[in-house]
Design a protein around this ligand. Structure first.
Ligand SMILES: Nc1ncnc2c1ncn2[C@@H]1O[C@H](COP(=O)(O)OP(=O)(O)O)[C@@H](O)[C@H]1O
Ligand SMILES: [Mg+2]
Length: 257
């Protein structure tokens, strides 16, 4: 059985008396220890999927099953999501600007609060060291460090509990190319060490290609194509996918001047 299994997921948003269907029956799965990419143009529904899995947005229809528990419907166990974590595009979605980073990172342990304070502190420090952050940063605020450092802190917070699933929603898109590469290297190492699975959302085809095993392509709330990264990016079947790939190469060329 897959770690995460999404069947026929739908989502309608209602705003100002109008209903907009953001997802039209999406099915996908992520196996344990597998790294699955989700790509597609802006507004195609990627974040909606991530937010439904993480419990930040409710589904309209369909089912989400995670690690043997049903996450959709009325009676979801509180603990069902304890082994999944999410990292966002903006570090301020992970950390309040008023909170010191040490405390913010330690919040990743809220489900393991029976751990003695001293052990929590030791784990925070060990994890900060592991992601390449100086321990002194415990007393800093997220606004006082660089974007790349802040994402390392968000990753530290997310991996404290050694999650089975890490959902990453555009976590590199605010960073420059060199910092992006470093962050992906860190994720690769952590994946090797901890063996977690990823749902990795990115519009950066190059990063998805270097990091993921399989990929789903989304357009207007529908998965239009899926496959292993190599075959999909080398031989896309859909014109839409081909255009996404070409657009990412154009972006690269512009960045490199
Ligand atoms: N809270 C919301 N209310 C109304 N519409 C929304 C809301 N969140 C997202 N949408 C719409 O749903 C569609 C999918 O959004 P999203 O999942 O954020 O796409 P992506 O992450 O692929 O850019 C977009 O058209 C977006 O405008
Ligand atoms: Mg998004």
């Amino acid at each position: 059985m897959s770690l995460l299994s999404i069947e026929n997921l739908t989502k309608d948003y209602s705003t100002g008396g109008k209903t907009f269907s953001a997802l039209h029956g999406v099915s996908l799965y992520v196996n344990g220890n597998e790294c699955v990419g989700l790509i597609g143009e802006s507004g195609s529904g990627k974040s909606t999927i991530a937010n439904i899995v993480a419990g930040r947005v409710s589904a309209t229809g369909g089912t989400v099953t995670y690690d043997g528990s049903l996450l959709t419907g009325k009676r979801v166990e509180r603990s069902a999501r304890n082994t999944m974590q999410m990292v966002f595009q903006s570090p301020t979605d992970s950390f309040s600007p008023r909170m010191r980073l040490g405390k913010g990172i330690r919040e990743g342990l809220r489900y393991l609060s029976d751990l003695p304070k001293s052990e929590q502190e030791a784990l925070v420090e060990e994890t900060m060291r592991r992601v390449g952050l100086p321990i002194e940063y415990k007393s800093k605020h997220v606004t006082e460090i660089s974007g790349g450092e802040a994402q390392r802190a968000a990753i530290a917070r997310a991996v404290l509990i050694r999650p089975k699933l890490l959902i990453c929603d555009e976590i590199t898109s605010a960073l420059d190319a060199e910092v992006q590469e470093q962050l992906i290297e860190l994720l690769k190492e952590l994946k090797r060490e901890m063996g977690m699975a990823f749902l990795f959302i990115s519009h950066d085809i190059r990063l998805v290609r270097s990091f993921c095993d399989r990929v789903y392509v989304m357009r207007e709330g529908v998965i239009v194509e899926q496959g292993g990264v190599r075959s999909l990016f080398e031989h896309p079947e859909e014109d839409y996918t081909r255009r996404l790939i070409e657009a990412s190469y154009l972006q690269d060329a512009e960045c490199e001047g």
